[in-house]
Ligand binder design. Structure first.
Ligand SMILES: O=C(O)c1ccccc1N[C@@H]1O[C@H](COP(=O)(O)O)[C@@H](O)[C@H]1O
Length: 195
């Protein structure tokens, strides 16, 4: 089970995610309570081993903005949320990073349909921590797709059973009082992998 921990803002949180065995760590560069600057993302990403994907999260920015910020952040992947047109993915195809398309369940759920390598099927309000009807997507997405939206250590096994994703992605569910919590990160990764 591929696991991404998103919305990291401090070096200790990144270390906790890597040590827990996360496959990918996310830095939110779009407007959010979890937003970091491209420079901060670069510094955080420097401690991440090569085998772990560093992901910059965007939502609605123009491809030129994504290109410039991703280059400054030095990330290995960019994640575009919302209704980015196919042309935005084509415009970023030569960026040399993994493209991740993040959409709500009403969208095209074929991973690769827009040239992306990874797909995230998320709640209507990304980063809100609100659970949604994961069971409704079972059998609809194809390829390498991650389930996101309202997951935590207590519900991720059920969500995996219901939706049958290739991976899972979490932000709010590994926070305590608005900050990422190393224990919750460890518990989430273990639960996602069946521990
Ligand atoms: O986490 C954010 O603040 C965020 C802001 C804007 C777009 C995406 C964001 N995060 C993504 O939301 C889901 C996780 O949601 P949840 O908090 O676990 O319910 C994941 O795809 C993040 O990358």
């Amino acid at each position: 089970m591929y696991v991404k921990i998103c919305g990291l803002r401090e070096a200790g949180q990144v270390d906790a995610a890597v040590e827990a065995g996360a496959d990918a760590v996310g830095f939110v560069l779009t407007a959010s309570k979890r937003q970091v600057t491209p420079h901060e993302a670069r510094v955080l990403g420097e401690a991440v081993p090569p085998g772990v994907l560093t992901v910059a999260v965007f939502a609605g920015e123009a491809p030129e903005v994504v290109r410039a910020m991703a280059a400054e952040a030095g990330v290995r992947a960019v994640q575009l949320h919302g209704d980015h047109p196919h042309g935005d993915f084509l415009a970023l195809a030569d960026l040399g990073v993994t493209l991740v398309r993040a959409v709500a369940s009403h969208a095209n759920l074929r991973c690769g349909a827009y040239g992306e390598e990874l797909l995230i099927v998320d709640a209507p309000k990304p980063g809100s921590g609100e659970p949604w009807d994961w069971s409704g997507v079972r059998g609809r997405p194809s390829g390498k797709w991650m389930l996101a939206g309202g997951l935590d250590a207590g519900n991720v096994r059920r969500a995996i059973t219901e939706a049958q994703p290739w991976g899972v992605d979490v932000s709010s569910g590994v926070e305590r009082d608005g900050r990422k919590d190393p224990d919750l990160i460890r518990e989430f990764v273990a639960a996602a992998r069946g521990g």
